[in-house]
Design a protein. Structure first.
Length: 136
C-alpha cells in the first residue's frame, strides 16, 4: 500500500517552500461566504502537468498550494481592487465584476505527480504550476 504524501507550499522571498510541518491558521472562517474560483488552463505534457491560474492582483504570499499525487488545491485571498488614492476618494461604485476575498480551486490530476519536484512561477497575473509526472 502506497502512502500519499501531502505537501503544503507557500511563497517566501520569491520561492516556494514546504510548510507541511508548520501550523498554519486558516484564513477561511467557518461561516465565511463561499470562496470564488479562479480560472485555470491545464495541460498534460510528455513529462509533466502544467496549470496556469489567473490570479491578477493576488500577492504570491497570499497563495497556498496543497498537493497530493493526484490532487491540487489552490487557496488564497485577493483584496478588493478599489482606488486607494486619498485625494480622489470613490463617490460611487459603477460596476463590481472582479472577484475578491477568499478563493479556492481544487483540481483532480489525471496522473500521479512527483511532489518533491513541483515548482511554480507568477508573472503578469498568472500563476504557472509545474507538476512533474511520477516515474513508474
Amino acid at each position: 500500500m502506497e502512502t500519499i504524501r501531502t505537501i503544503r507550499l507557500r511563497w517566501s522571498q520569491g520561492t516556494l517552500y514546504d510548510v507541511t510541518s508548520q501550523v498554519i491558521q486558516s484564513r477561511f472562517p467557518q461561516f465565511a461566504p463561499s470562496p470564488w474560483q479562479p480560472a485555470i488552463n491545464a495541460y498534460r505534457c510528455e513529462d509533466c502537468i502544467q496549470i496556469c491560474v489567473e490570479l491578477a492582483g493576488v500577492d504570491k504570499s497570499e497563495i497556498d498550494l496543497n498537493v497530493q499525487e493526484r490532487h491540487l488545491s489552490i487557496r488564497g485571498v485577493r483584496d478588493v481592487p478599489e482606488p486607494k488614492d486619498t485625494d480622489r476618494r470613490c463617490l460611487q461604485t459603477i460596476a463590481m465584476e472582479i472577484d475578491y476575498g477568499a478563493f479556492q480551486r481544487d483540481i483532480r490530476l489525471p496522473a500521479e505527480v512527483d511532489v518533491e519536484k513541483i515548482h511554480a512561477d507568477q508573472k503578469n497575473g498568472l500563476l504557472w504550476i509545474h507538476l512533474p509526472l511520477k516515474k513508474s
